[in-house]
Design a protein around this ligand. Structure first.
Ligand SMILES: C[S@@+](CC[C@H](N)C(=O)[O-])C[C@H]1O[C@@H](n2cnc3c(N)ncnc32)[C@H](O)[C@@H]1O
Length: 212
């Protein structure tokens, strides 16, 4: 992929003898570092995989982000390294404990122990017109979660979504699952780009979309 597709604050750096995607910040999950840069492993991050595959994410650095499905903070910590205010929604208390640790050393990362299916429970905290929603919830109803949260996104904002086929239906053909999810998404979004993430994440679809 071309360097120009990477947001400001995300670079390819020589770390442990390899050119690796990296952001500048304190390490969070034992990732290798060099000269203040921390490796961003696309095999551990859907968004990292999307950047590695050259998706047109629309991210340029410094934007306001709503991140749904933050888990223990692996990906969202990288996002908060290069973005502006980053709201991180996670509903499971255990990973959220680690997320709090990642947020302690990042003043632009705001963890929210909330259910992403109920955006009304955090609408009073998250500012409106965010530039990007990044979503990786890996549970049934992934498109529905994205549709419900579209209310936060600016008219020209971007949804950067990973859909895990097996979370919707373990037995169905992934392509059929993806088509169904995209149909639901189209009720609120225009789909700009889709590509399988299989090089890094089996049976996942990466989606870039913008509000309709
Ligand atoms: C695949 S993991 C996310 C990994 C993370 N995005 C990363 O790359 O660092 C999915 C996470 O979404 C969370 N999740 C699933 N459904 C959710 C919901 N409705 N609201 C908030 N979090 C949810 C799960 O608890 C889990 O931690």
């Amino acid at each position: 992929m071309s360097e120009s597709a990477l947001p400001n604050g995300v670079e390819r750096r020589e770390i442990d003898g390899e050119r690796r995607l990296a952001t500048r910040g304190e390490p969070v999950y034992g990732e290798p570092t060099a000269d203040g840069w921390r490796a961003w492993d696309p095999e551990r991050s859907k968004l990292g995989g999307m950047l590695e595959l050259g998706f047109e994410t629309g991210l340029s650095g410094g934007e306001t982000v709503l991140y749904l499905g933050a888990a223990s903070g692996t990906t969202v910590s990288h996002v908060a390294d290069f973005a502006g205010p980053t709201y991180a929604v996670e509903f499971a208390p255990r990973p959220a404990r680690d997320l709090l640790g990642a947020a302690e050393i990042r003043d632009r990362l705001f963890p929210l122990l909330k259910d992403a299916r109920k955006p009304e429970t955090y609408a009073h905290v998250v500012e409106s017109n965010v530039d990007a929603i990044v979503q990786d919830v890996a549970t049934r109803g992934q498109a529905e979660v994205a549709v419900r949260n579209a209310r936060f996104l600016a008219d020209d904002g971007r949804l950067l979504l990973a859909i895990k086929a097996r979370s919707e239906d373990v037995t169905a053909d992934p392509e059929t699952v993806f088509e169904g999810a995209l149909d639901r998404l189209r009720e609120a979004y225009e789909i700009l780009e889709t590509r399988r993430l299989d090089r890094f994440h089996e049976d996942h679809l990466g989606v870039v979309a913008t509000p309709r």
